[in-house]
Design a binder for this molecule. Structure first.
Ligand code: MG
Ligand code: ZN
Length: 213
């Protein structure tokens, strides 16, 4: 029975996530699991967030990608500790992958760890990694139909960052529908409209995040 197998995998993952959470708690580290489709702007948002907060918040990053180290190199250039996980094909991070790289994260010297999940709107929302909150980045170029097509990701997220708003004049996206549908799935969802390219709206986001740690 496929359903039972899936349930057991998720239960085992949940136990490991709880162990990770304890390790983060003991170190006094706040953890955000950042999700979103490939190209939404997860790494760009991280770069901007780190540059804005790093004098006040000691941030470390765990980068999840199927292959390559491009994102980790971008984060490394901001001057904060970063570890790259290559899943070798898996389309999400799980708690075990995080626990394996924790010895490489200087938790005692950090206030916040941001986990950038594999670009994917589906299963990253199902797997806890030990985070305090999940958040998601959605590029407005992805369209206003995404909340109703991928509801779990919106339901699991504490915040929705709508990126690339500088492209609004060129994109057929109904922002009101996008926001209404997202809120209908998750009435507590915090929505931030930003452009990582122009910097618009980023201050509100970074101050909100800073207030959570
Ligand atoms: Mg990335
Ligand atoms: Zn997956």
């Amino acid at each position: 029975m496929k359903v039972k197998v899936v349930t057991r995998i998720l239960e085992a993952n949940e136990r490991l996530a709880e162990e990770n959470r304890k390790r983060f708690k003991e170190a006094g580290v706040f953890v955000m699991n950042l999700m979103g489709a490939p190209g939404a702007g997860k790494t760009s948002l991280l770069e901007k967030t780190i540059l804005e907060l790093k004098t006040r918040v000691r941030i470390g990053v765990i980068e999840g990608d199927i292959a390559g180290t491009d994102d980790a190199e971008r984060i490394h250039n901001t001057g904060v500790p970063v570890v790259q996980i290559n899943t070798g094909g898996a389309c999400h991070l799980d708690a075990n992958m995080i626990s394996e790289v924790l010895p490489e994260m200087p938790l005692g010297e950090l206030d916040m760890v941001i986990v950038e999940n594999v670009g994917n709107l589906v299963c990253p929302a199902e797997f806890k990694v030990g985070e305090d909150i999940k958040a998601m980045v959605l590029s407005i170029t992805e369209g206003h139909d995404k909340p109703l097509k991928y509801p779990l990701m919106f339901q699991e997220s504490a915040a929705l960052v709508l990126n690339k708003v500088d492209l609004l004049p060129y994109v057929n996206v109904d922002m009101q529908k996008l926001k209404n549908d997202a809120i209908s799935l998750n009435p507590k969802l915090k929505i931030f409209e930003v452009s990582c390219k122009t910097g618009e709206g980023l201050h509100r986001w970074t101050e909100w995040l800073n207030g959570l740690k």
